[in-house]
Design a binder for this molecule. Sequence first.
Ligand SMILES: Cc1cc2nc3c(=O)[nH]c(=O)nc-3n(C[C@H](O)[C@H](O)[C@H](O)COP(=O)(O)OP(=O)(O)OC[C@H]3O[C@@H](n4cnc5c(N)ncnc54)[C@H](O)[C@@H]3O)c2cc1C
Length: 507
Amino acid sequence: MKVIIVGSGIAGLTAALHAHESGHDVTIVTKGDLGDGCTGFAQGGVAGAYGPGDSPSSHAADTQIAGAGLSDPDAVSVLVADGAERIAELIARGVGFDRDDDGSLRLGREAAHSHARIAHAGGDATGAAISAALVECARRARIPVLTGAFLVDLVKRDGVVRGIRIRRDGVLSTLQADAVILATGGAGQLYAHTTNPGGTTGDGIAAALRAGAAVADLEFVQFHPTVLASGPAFLISEAVRGEGAVLVDDRGRRFVFDSHPDGELAPRDVVSRAIARRAAAQAAPVRLDATMLGARTLALRFPTIDRVTRERGFDWAKSPLPVTPAAHYLMGGVVTDLDGRTTVPGLFAVGEVARTGVHGANRLASNSLLEGAVFGARAAAALTMPWPLPEQEHTPSEMSLDANLVDAEPGFTRSGLQRLMWDEVGLLRTGEGLTRALGVLQGWAGAPTTPTTVTEHEDANLLLLAQATAAAALKRTVSVGAHHRVDTDATGAPSSSPTPSSILETV
Ligand SMILES: Cc1cc2nc3c(=O)[nH]c(=O)nc-3n(C[C@H](O)[C@H](O)[C@H](O)COP(=O)(O)OP(=O)(O)OC[C@H]3O[C@@H](n4cnc5c(N)ncnc54)[C@H](O)[C@@H]3O)c2cc1C
């Protein structure tokens, strides 16, 4: 079977290796170099019930709680059940996970996990280690790769996806295939502050939307609580708080306990909102105090963070770091079944581009690398299986928005879109702000309608996704997980609150 895999992060490379090893004719298409995307940036690690006293059912329970009850129990069961096999596979493919003296995996603890269950490599360089090992395996297997090839759109024949349209070196061309696996990652570039690299522009979700695939849960955007609030966004891993670092306000007080009994180890959305509110109240960033861990531990356990913060002029062994939340992970995406099949025959989606149902309204820390490995392998195994009838449980996000909401707005720019999304479709949302954002997004003059460059394709994709995200957020009036409406109560009825922009002005 001829299979095109779009994307070369953990999900795409896992799918590619499995499909190739099953005898399929595989081509990897990727936007930049082989192995680019978010995967290489992952710091914390890969969650799994590997340690004594832990169990897949405990991991599943934590995943469900983090997902605010909206995770699909079947998808979660698959994730935790297949996890051990996928970690063994990563080890076999050459990932050198950190180990204790007795040879067992050295496990870290992260927020909202009831056990230490995060396998990591090179301290805080897990993603880089995974990416390097999988890229090397793909090269050794001589899987054909088209680098610098931008997925423009999916090609359908008789309702079935039969290939892709790409732009490479400025030229448009079509690649035929029997099946396409989308592994294009998330859409962090929708926001002014994000941990995601520049190419994370939601191209795969946008292409799937245009091809008529069901997309869901775009309103569930996870904001990472702790990004260095100085210079370009740089993530300070949750594992730092897992090791004992604490968040303090300008008086040195641990303020997160005001919001949740687990304090700094509460779910990410709770910690992010607590930070945003505190920072607004004191008109300055809050600080992450890791000084109690000592210079030696910080350098050994978190070598990357240690190096980068020192390069930026901070000594985190001596004084707390200024931190801010930033868009980090998209729980929603292209709707799939348990084998990565979308609602359009011939099209699979795996990794962050997919909405498998694992994460519900909020992702449990370090479950996404695992999800990419688990569902990448499952999609490859399902390539030759018959396509089941779609369940139509999820409908595509509403794209037919009211064109008369506003008069034409001033010209589109990417940074303008990112600022608008941050202000109105960010951590704290109101119906008024979301309606305003939708109006601006719809009326934006100068947005690329017939893109002729990669940047224009990305801009068009960001605009499409921004509209879908704002529409989905407006529709969900009740706060749940990462989606927080400050203008409604627990039933979705109106309540009086400050606007998000005024709360977040200083963040
Ligand atoms: C700073 C940071 C730290 C993180 N830490 C962790 C962690 O510790 N644990 C954890 O589980 N998760 C972590 N995550 C999340 C995790 O890294 C991602 O969810 C995961 O790597 C996504 O993998 P993926 O294969 O789906 O996509 P990605 O790794 O993002 O890869 C996407 C691929 O698609 C390609 N692509 C995109 N668009 C196109 C296009 N138009 N045409 C062709 N190719 C395209 C890209 O070039 C890339 O190769 C972190 C994320 C970040 C940003």
